[in-house]
Design a protein around this ligand. Sequence first.
Ligand SMILES: [Zn+2]
Length: 167
Amino acid sequence: MTKNQKIAAGTGAVLTAFVLYKYFVKKIKPIVKPLIKRGCDTNSMGCGNYGASRNHAGDHNGQDYVVTEGQPVYAPITGTITRKAYPYADDLQWQGFVIENLQYYFKVFYCIPVTGIVGTKVKAGDVVAYAQDISKKHGSAMTPHIHLEAYLKTPVGVELIDPNTLY
Ligand SMILES: [Zn+2]
């Protein structure tokens, strides 16, 4: 190997490592600050962890984070706020949003998106919504929280993942 070939090989290895880092261990920004996981509430209000059982339908497909009403909710990634999300089809006061980029698709519930933000591009860490108090719907035994649902985009569609793997 000539000196230039060695430099080229070394540069290639560094670039490959960087690409692998970007695509496989990329972390996301906190959805709220501080990032406090919701534990289990009393009175059968359920638990906030990913995979927690739910008596109505399947398992909990997101991770809940403790909030107080009105606190800012941040974009976890640089991407586009593609739509508002409504966790309850029959009760539209409870809102949220979908944010996505080429790699991820996130659904966030129990927050009011900033006016005019739907359809716009945002940077990771931007304020994109304000938390609601979901205990007002389910009862004071529930810890107010937002719900973060994470999907990885793949060539064949989206795959639900545990948001905890991204922090
Ligand atoms: Zn949840």
